[in-house]
Design a protein around this ligand. Structure first.
Ligand SMILES: Cc1cc2nc3c(=O)[nH]c(=O)nc-3n(C[C@H](O)[C@H](O)[C@H](O)COP(=O)(O)OP(=O)(O)OC[C@H]3O[C@@H](n4cnc5c(N)ncnc54)[C@H](O)[C@@H]3O)c2cc1C
Ligand code: FES
Ligand code: FES
Length: 1361
């Protein structure tokens, strides 16, 4: 039945009052409030985002830019408005990076600076986050503070669930989320009810705490352990909602600002805000090219990243027809400008107030909306924007289509209603709405009797991700005798073509059919044919996407059967959704020094900068005030992976007003080439050839960022294409390798063992690239001085000395003219060890050319395009073992994709070779490593530095031995574990080897054996959900493998008032290095840590620094700080002994007046190390850090989705300098490792173009991905004579422990395969994405999906390199 057309404009509210309201005339003044202060701007730029306005115009730099696309939450602010209808203030968390500043008119914005500060009083949200160790690098912190703050403003006593919902749009790359959730848990109703334990029993271990069972389960936690806390809740500032600032009374008193027709004119665009439908339609008639803007969540991304330009924006937020929600007798009408949060709220009301059978569509909208973007996006994004954008993976459109919604579309001359069906979309992001028409509203019907409705979404990540495939099913049944027969069925899918698709043919095929078991086969057959994909279809994952369609139908079939009262028996698991309980966690550690001891060593002190980080006053590179005459550098990047540059035309770019200069390789001549490590193969700017996609060709200098970037895009480069090598396989085929000095290690006689061994297996394994995704992108400011060629560099770098040397080399000046300064980084993870240097070189050259300061902070996409990733690896192994699984020999080939320059890949491959035994004694081992030279951006360091790749391949052959012998993998691991005194394949003797101790403790704490039995039982009753469990060890070598880097310096200055200033060679990137150094000094000098300060890292204070990397920052710099402190302490001793009852200040004063130096340097060079590849002798490492981890997972076999139920980690960190920081490092590393092995997937086109360029396409773990039970225990009674105060390095080793999740998933898949009769052995590459998991769970549905043609016979949409 066709929808009834409405009579045209009669129904539209029409009013134009006063001259001001005439569209196109007049200019409005922007008025809004920021942190209680009124902002009046007569010439606002409507193209400017709120974030830019806050940071540039108001100099409120607390709000951070992490991505600019709404995907990280670093820019979260609270926007408050007065709802005149409800007479209440509404608070919304909003992404300032997408919100146009002019949309703030009449509203109040609160930023992190507006709620508390480190000088006077932190807000309780800020204080709890700081004290609970929830801020490491601090770059995500302001956004996290503001999400929590907004929640509390809306609900002073929220539930844990609500809290987690508010964090869906926030990412943190450092903490692993646990401390954030634990700190903020204290605001929740669960905390109010249950206190410390919240809703959990005992230690929170699922299945019950062992302690409560009288230690029956073998857990050895003691009361004493339990009393240790990482933070004291007694110190928390109580939250008092009544003390919050009032909403500006001026905005309540007068509705003027809320009722104005607005016109804002900018350089390139005009913004209108009409107040009636008539005005809106009139404007659309006048400006058919105009964009209707509500949330700007689509438009903002199009403008920023696709560089679209739209001259006219019309914001309908005051137009009643577009903002109204009307509940009618047969459904609900949502105005097109209604936000998703408002829709969700309405759905809840509908569900509550009408019978269940009528609200089924609304139930599914709620279900899907919880996985739609993050809270910040849902608060502003409108339903009309979703429909009109017409994304083929829109989450709401399948629901709207399957439910036969109607749309109301109007222009100044027509008002009509249409069905939202297969005719609405006419092509990719195209629909039937004409240029002068707008979408007014959508009507969502109530379900009728016997109508069932289900919707599904499968994404890479559950929280805040776009769908791979989504689907909605509306099935109406009628009774025919004892049978249920389909009277009508609509099935709509996203992700299966260029638009949302209604499977019309399949529906026709199924209509009238009996709804019994046979229907599944019929439906699968029909859907498979109707929704086929070509092998090269955009989005790839071809077979997976097709199988998801079938899985979704099967789930719907079972869900309906269940609603009809059938017992689904073990198939019930197909319809159960993952239930995630609020986080449970426990941390076990020892504090050696008690609270009364002056020295701070061993105490869980909070990060020294935490208070400033939570208050938004911690300064990062781009927060530095602008300097007189400063310019911004816009990068010109190549559009080819490998080509000859034929010409560069900068004329159009240089003609843009505000552009000052063009800088390229001709400004450098022979100094364009430089070395980052052993090979002099880096170029500041491309010269004649480009060697990778997005190689830096030159920079445009302009007065501001927008002008520089815009002009850079106008530089025209002509190329002649050359053949490109992209993948490891290509490189092997073409014999394309970088030359490296050390290509292998051989220990024992591998060949003769293989000749005699009875058990030999071979296999291969691939690990993918991983983006560092530090929240602060690469940034640098170069400030040339007038005199003597001096230049100061402020850089977000882990490597000040390499930056200094490189800048000196490319400028042709001595290193003593270059000073490099690092205040802090918003995360580094290895990504700023070497790849920050070419950027600093380019900026320095530019600054030098124009003799003016030059600044750059990369956009997220630029950063991902030019800064390189963790190297992808390919490993090929052959392993011999005896019948008990004892390894006899290993022959291994390791290939790393290095990219076009060598960078650090040779060292990364070396570390992979050193770690190719993981924790297992391999008596005969031969490993050879290759650095593949490809036309990709140079890959580089990332936490673990090749270790995780080598270790992962080791675990793969362990698993293969286990499968071959049919012995549990944990038994094989246990049988091969290293023991005290054994030597590795690189001939290093293991001293103080605590591997077995960690293994046993982990086994006990995780109740491994009992859980395994329980898992078997659970799996036997559940066909479509399988559990799995795995326990893996790690042995990680600590030291730089480049010998000369194992050195550090420090400078300790004591001033006359007794205050101490430390400088050392390490940089602070969130890992708490400065805090630990202060603790070391506090212990050495025996003074309160508050007397000690670290201001920055600078090459003019401590020279010749090694990069802060290899987990060795605390070890090296700690020893240097210790030495400097001990020198001074010794000088003070006479004054102490002559005045034993004096104070520190007295002794310092006396020393000063006695003309004793209160300043000392310290220096440390790690003794007894230095490995020689030629002789396979000498210690490669100072010592080893050990750990073991057990994880349990559940896998949805039909979709490949999974969740981590629990993780227990045991780490030997010696005597921890700071257990809070160390546990934070363990958790953060684990979650990064989880991303590496399970989620994060870098994709390129076959021609080398990077596809995954921001948080929209590249998913790092979010709050929802961490284990439900997340326990960390630091091994007790472990000491380490080889590092400062018996501590151990922590940064990298725990990352690999996330492999326990990978192998637990593999274990779960094996259960599924056993049930479907698939062969038991299967290969699984990392990351084990939902796609790989699903396709490995072979079953009747996957077998229905056609195989792809042989590789090479078609060009896939994406590849892994
Ligand atoms: C971080 C992030 C996560 C996201 N996650 C998801 C997700 O999980 N699922 C999903 O489906 N989408 C997602 N999106 C996409 C986007 O948020 C939605 O499509 C949203 O509903 C768009 O609404 P908006 O108000 O912001 O649109 P805007 O950006 O304001 O407008 C979008 C387009 O619609 C047009 N338009 C808007 N209203 C009308 C109207 N009434 N008449 C005619 N044209 C109109 C505009 O002219 C414009 O072309 C995400 C986006 C971001 C940035
Ligand atoms: S910067 Fe706004 S969400 Fe990332
Ligand atoms: S502390 Fe969250 S990103 Fe660094």
């Amino acid at each position: 039945m066709a929808p009834t057309p409405q009579s045209t404009l009669a129904v539209l509210s029409a009013s134009i009052t006063g001259k001001e309201n005439n569209p196109g005339e007049g200019v409005s003044v922007l008025v809004f409030f920021v942190n209680g202060k009124k902002v009046v701007d007569e010439t606002p730029d409507p193209g400017m985002t709120l974030l830019t306005y806050l940071r540039l115009k108001l100099r409120l730099c607390g709000t951070k830019l992490g991505c600019g696309e709404g995907g990280c939450g670093a820019c979260t602010v609270m926007v408050s408005k007065y709802d005149r209808f409800k007479q209440a203030t509404v608070h919304l968390s909003v992404n300032a990076c997408l919100a146009p500043v002019v949309s703030m008119h009449g509203l109040a914005v609160t930023t992190v600076e507006g709620i508390g500060n480190a000088k006077q009083r932190l807000h309780s949200v800020q204080q709890r986050l700081a004290n609970s160790h929830g801020s490491q690098c601090g770059f995500c912190t302001p956004g996290i503070v503001m999400s929590m703050y907004t929640l509390l403003r809306n609900n002073p006593l929220p539930s844990m669930k609500e809290m987690e919902t508010y964090f869906q749009g926030n990412l943190c790359r450092c903490t692993g989320y646990r401390p954030i959730l634990e700190g903020f848990r204290t605001f929740t109703e669960e905390w109010a009810k249950y206190g410390k334990r919240s809703s959990m029993e005992g230690c929170g271990r699922k299945g019950g705490c062992c302690k409560e069972k009288g230690n029956a389960g073998g857990c050895d936690l003691t009361e004493e352990d339990d009393s240790q806390e990482l933070f004291q809740t007694s110190e928390f500032v109580p939250y008092d909602a009544s003390q919050e600032p009032l909403f500006p009374p001026e905005l309540i008193a007068s509705a003027k600002l809320d009722e104005q027709f607005l016109t804002f004119r900018g350089k390139n665009m005009t913004w209108y805000r009409p107040v009636s439908t008539y005005q809106l339609l009139n404007l659309k008639q006048m400006y058919p090219e105009a964009k209707i803007v509500v949330g700007n969540t689509e438009l903002g991304v199009e403008v920023k990243f696709k560089h679209c330009e739209y001259p006219v924006y019309i914001n309908p937020s005051l137009v009643p027809d577009l903002t109204a929600i009307k509940i009618e007798t047969d459904g609900v009408v949502f105005g097109a400008g209604v936000t998703l949060s408002e829709i969700e709220e309405t759905c809840f009301q509908v569900i509550k107030n009408i019978p269940e059978e009528n609200s089924r569509i609304f139930q599914q909208i709620v279900e899907i909306l919880q996985w739609f973007a993050g809270k910040q996006i849902r608060n502003v994004a409108a339903v009309g924007g979703n429909i009109m954008t017409g994304s083929p993976i829109s989450d709401l459109n399948p629901i709207f289509m399957a439910s036969k919604c109607t749309l109301r579309i109007a222009s100044i001359s027509e008002d009509k209603q249409v069905f939202f069906d297969e005719n609405f979309y006419t092509g990719y992001r195209k629909n039937i709405v004409g240029p002068s028409e707008i979408l007014v509203s959508i009507k969502v019907p109530f379900t009728k009797e016997n109508q069932f409705f289900f919707a599904y979404k499968q994404a890479r990540r559950r929280d805040d991700d776009i769908a791979i495939v989504n689907g909605a099913f509306s099935v109406t049944l009628k009774n025919e005798g004892t049978d249920h027969v389909i009277s009508s069925i609509q099935m709509a899918f996203g992700g299966m073509g260029p638009t949302t698709l209604l499977a019309v043919k399949s529906s026709l095929h199924l209509q009238g059919q009996k709804f019994n078991d046979n229907i599944v086969e019929l439906a699968c057959d029909a859907l498979k044919n109707e929704l086929s994909l070509t092998p090269n279809a955009p989005g790839a994952m071809i077979r997976y996407r097709q199988s998801l369609v079938l899985s979704f139908f099967f789930k719907t079939f079972l869900a309906i059967r269940k609603q009809l009262g059938y017992d689904l028996a073990n198939e019930n698991s197909a319809v159960e959704v993952f239930e995630k309980e609020p986080l449970h966690s426990h941390q076990l550690f020892e504090v050696k020094n008690d609270a009364a001891t002056v020295g701070a060593l061993g105490k869980p002190l909070k990060h020294k900068a935490a208070d400033h980080q939570v208050a938004g006053t911690a300064q990062y590179t781009d927060d530095m005030p602008h300097i007189e005459g400063e310019l911004y550098a816009g990068l010109v990047l190549s559009s080819k992976a490998h080509a000859e540059i034929l010409s560069i035309d900068t004329s159009t770019a240089l003609a843009v007003p505000g552009v000052v200069e063009w800088v390229d390789s001709t400004d450098l001549k022979e100094r364009n080439e430089f070395a980052l490590a052993i090979a002099k193969d880096e170029l500041v700017f491309a010269n004649q050839f480009v060697h990778c996609y997005r190689m830096v060709i030159g920079v445009i200098l302009a007065q501001d960022q927008e002008t520089a970037q815009k002009a850079a895009r106008l530089v025209k480069v002509e190329y002649k294409d050359l053949p490109a090598i992209i993948t490891i396989e290509d490189a092997i085929k073409e014999n394309s390798f970088h030359e490296v000095p050390n290509a292998g290690i051989t220990d024992g006689d591998v060949e003769s063992v293989f000749k005699s061994a009875t058990n030999i297996v071979e296999g291969e394994m691939r690990t993918g690239a991983q983006e560092q995704f530090y929240l602060e992108t690469q940034a640098c400011i170069a400030i040339p001085k007038i005199e003597n060629d001096e230049i100061q560099i402020w850089s977000s770098t882990q490597n000040p000395t390499l930056t200094q040397n490189t800048v000196a080399a490319v400028l042709g000046i001595p290193a003593n003219r270059v000073s490099v300064h690092v205040k802090r980084m918003g995360g580094g993870f290895g990504g700023k060890e070497s790849r920050s240097v070419p950027l600093a070189a380019a900026v320095a050259v530019a600054a030098n050319k124009v003799s003016r300061p030059v600044r750059i902070m990369l956009d997220r996409d630029e950063d991902m395009l030019i800064s390189g990733f963790r190297n992808p690896f390919y490993g090929k192994y052959k392993v011999a073992f005896d019948d008990n699984g004892k390894v006899l020999a290993l022959d291994l080939l390791l290939y790393a994709n290095a990219g076009w320059t060598l960078d650090l890949t040779f060292s990364i491959v070396e570390r992979a070779m050193f770690h190719s035994d993981n924790s297992y004694k391999v008596p005969n081992l031969r490993v050879r490593g290759f650095c593949c030279k490809t036309n990709l951006t140079s890959n580089t360091a990332f936490r673990g530095f090749g270790g995780p790749q080598g270790l992962m391949i080791a675990e793969t052959w362990i698993e293969k031995i286990a499968k071959t012998l049919d012995i549990p993998a944990e038994d094989i691991r246990e049988r091969n574990l290293y023991e005290e005194g054994m030597t590795t394949h690189f001939n290093q003797k293991l001293i103080n080897c605590t591997l077995k101790k960690c293994w046993e403790e982990c086994k006990t704490l995780s109740r491994f054996s009992e859980r395994q039995k329980e898992i078997e039982k659970i799996n036997s009753c559940n066909r479509w959900k399988k559990r799995g469990m795995s326990m893996v060890p790690v042995k990680f070598g600590i030291a730089f493998t480049a010998l000369h880097m194992n050195q550090a310096g420090a400078l300790v200055n004591i001033y006359q008032d007794g205050s101490v200033l430390i400088s050392h060679g390490g940089t602070e990137m969130g890992q708490g290095l400065h805090t630990k150094m202060i603790q070391v000094a506090s212990q050495a000098l025996n003074i309160d840590h508050n007397k000690i300060h670290i201001a920055e890292t600078a090459t003019d204070k401590v020279p010749n620094t090694s990069p802060t990397a290899a987990s060795a920052g605390s070890d090296l710099n700690g020893m240097a700080v210790l030495e400097a402190c001990m020198t001074i302490k010794k000088r003070l001793e006479p004054f102490i002994s002559s005045n034993p009852s004096g104070t520190w200040e007295d002794w310092v004063k006396s020393a000063y007046f006695s003309r004793v130096s209160l300043s000392s340097t310290g220096f440390h060079a790690t003794p007894d190390i230095g490995y020689d590849f030629k002789t396979n002798s000498g210690n490669a490492f100072n010592y080893f850090t050990y750990g073991v981890c057990c994880s349990e997972v559940e896998v949805d076999c039909l979709t490949g989705d999974h969740q981590v139920i629990s993780t227990q980690i045991v780490m030997d960190l010696g005597e921890s300098i700071n257990p809070a920081i160390d546990i934070g490092q363990v958790e953060g590393a684990f979650v990064q490792g989880y991303g590496l092995f399970m989620m994060e997937q870098i994709l390129h086109t076959p021609t080398g173009v990077l596809l995954t360029r921001g948080p929209g396409a590249y998913k790092i773990p979010s709050f929802n991905d961490i284990p439900g039970v997340f326990n960390v225990a630091l091994l007790r009674g472990a000491s380490n004579p080889r590092a400062v105060y018996s501590s151990k390095a922590v940064g990298e080793p725990p990352l690999f422990l996330a492999a326990s999740v990978f192998f637990a998933v593999k274990n779960a898949i094996a259960f599924a395969r056993a049930e479907s009769g698939a062969p038991p052995y299967f290969e699984l590459d990392a990351p084990a994405t939902a796609e790989r998991i699903r396709m490995a769970c072979e079953d009747k549905f996957t077998s229905l999906v056609p195989q792809l043609p042989p590789s090479g016979s078609f060009t896939p949409w994406s590849i892994q390199t």
